[in-house]
Design a protein around this ligand. Structure first.
Ligand code: UDP
Ligand code: MG
Length: 308
C-alpha cells in the first residue's frame, strides 16, 4: 500500500520544541490518516535534539531520523527530507511550532481537491516590529524584481504532491531556494491562511542567516541587481561626460585658476563606492556560480534511523 503523507522537519538545536511538536503532529494525524511518516532531519545540532529524537523513533515507527555530519543549512535539510520521503503528499514545516501542525489537516483536505501545492500564507506575524518590517520589505522587493511571481507571505510551510517533489529533487541546482522553486514549478497552487506564532522555544534565526536566505532568493530569481549595475554605469558616464564638457569650457574660456580639490575627492570617493557596490553584486552571482560548478554534494549523511 502506498504511503499517504510524509512530513519533513529540519532540526537545528530544537531540544525545547521536539516533544511538543511530535505530540501535536501525532494528534493531528489521528484525525487525518495513520498512513504517514515524519522525517526529522538533524542538521548538525549540538544540543540534545538527536538524543530526544532517538527514543521517539524507537517507540513510534512513523518517526524517522536523518542526521547530517555537520550543519549544512535549512534548505539542504529540506532537500534531504524530500529525497527520502515516500508519501504521495509531502508536508514541509519548521520545528519551532511557528507552523502549527493542526493546519496540516486543512492543507491536506485542500490538496485532495486537486491542488498540487498548498502553501501556508502567514496572516498575523507575532514577531518583532523590525523583523515584520524586514520580511515585508523582502517580499515586496522580491515581487518587484524577480522574474517569478511568488505568493506574498508564503514561507516553507506547505504540502506538495509527489509530482512536485520529484521535480524539485531532480533539479540539478544546489542553492535551492525552496519557496521560490515551489512557485517556479507552476501547476495548480493555492494558499491556506494561518496565524504564525512566535517561536515556541529557542532563539530566532539570526539576521545574517535571514540576509543570506534573502540574497539566495533574489539572486536565483532575478537579474535586476546586475542590470542596476549597468544602469548606474550609464547614468554616471552621462554625468561624467557633461561635467567634462563644463570643466573644459571653464578652463579655456573662463580661467579660474586651480580649483576643485573638494569636488575631485568627493567624486573619487563616490565613484569608488558605486564601483565596489556593483562589484559586490557581481560577486554575489559569481560566488553562487562557483559554488554550483564545484558540484559538491548539498549535504552529507552521518546516520539514518527508523527507515525500514
Ligand atoms: N534550521 C536548520 N538548519 C539551520 C537553521 C535552521 O535545519 O542551519 C531549521 C530550524 O531547526 C527550523 C527551521 O529550519 O526547524 C527554520 O529555522 P528558524 O526557525 O530558525 O527560521 P525562521 O523561522 O526564523 O525563518
Ligand atoms: Mg522559526
Amino acid at each position: 500500500m502506498k504511503l499517504k503523507i510524509s512530513v519533513i522537519v529540519p532540526i537545528y538545536n530544537e531540544e525545547g520544541n521536539i516533544k511538543t511538536l511530535y505530540e501535536k503532529i501525532k494528534t493531528t494525524f489521528q484525525k487525518i490518516s495513520s498512513s504517514y511518516e515524519v522525517i526529522f532531519i538533524d542538521d548538525g545540532s549540538y544540543d540534545n535534539s538527536l538524543n530526544i529524537l532517538r527514543p521517539i523513533s524507537k517507540k513510534d515507527n512513523h518517526i524517522k531520523i536523518i542526521s547530517f555530519s555537520r550543519n549544512f543549512g535549512h534548505m539542504p535539510a529540506i532537500t534531504a527530507g524530500l529525497v527520502h520521503s515516500k508519501g504521495e503528499k509531502v508536508v514541509v514545516m519548521d520545528a519551532d511550532l511557528q507552523d502549527p501542525p493542526h493546519i496540516i489537516e486543512k492543507m491536506y483536505k485542500k490538496s485532495l481537491q486537486g491542488y498540487d501545492v498548498v502553501y501556508g500564507v502567514k496572516r498575523k506575524r507575532k514577531e518583532s516590529f523590525v523583523r515584520k518590517f524586514l520580511f515585508k520589505s523582502f517580499y515586496k522587493l522580491f515581487d518587484k524584481i524577480s522574474f517569478l511571481k511568488m505568493p506574498i507571505d508564503a514561507g516553507t510551510f506547505s504540502i506538495l504532491d509527489r509530482k512536485i517533489v520529484n521535480i524539485i529533487i531532480d533539479l540539478p541546482e544546489k542553492n535551492k531556494y525552496f519557496s521560490g522553486l515551489r512557485a517556479w514549478t507552476g501547476f495548480k497552487q493555492t494558499g491556506v491562511i494561518y496565524e504564525r506564532s512566535k517561536r515556541y522555544a529557542g532563539n530566532e534565526a539570526s539576521f545574517s542567516r535571514l540576509f543570506k536566505l534573502a540574497m539566495d532568493g533574489i539572486v536565483s530569481f532575478s537579474f535586476v541587481p546586475l542590470r542596476i549595475a549597468s544602469i548606474l554605469g550609464f547614468i554616471f558616464s552621462g554625468f561624467a561626460f557633461v561635467l567634462i564638457v563644463i570643466l573644459f569650457i571653464l578652463k579655456f574660456f573662463i580661467n579660474l585658476g586651480i580649483m576643485g580639490w573638494t569636488s575631485t575627492i568627493s567624486s573619487i570617493l563616490f565613484m569608488g563606492g558605486v564601483q565596489l557596490i556593483t562589484l559586490g553584486i557581481i560577486g554575489e552571482y559569481l560566488a553562487r556560480i562557483y559554488d554550483e560548478v564545484k558540484k559538491r554534494p548539498e549535504y552529507l549523511i552521518h546516520q539514518k534511523i527508523g527507515f525500514h
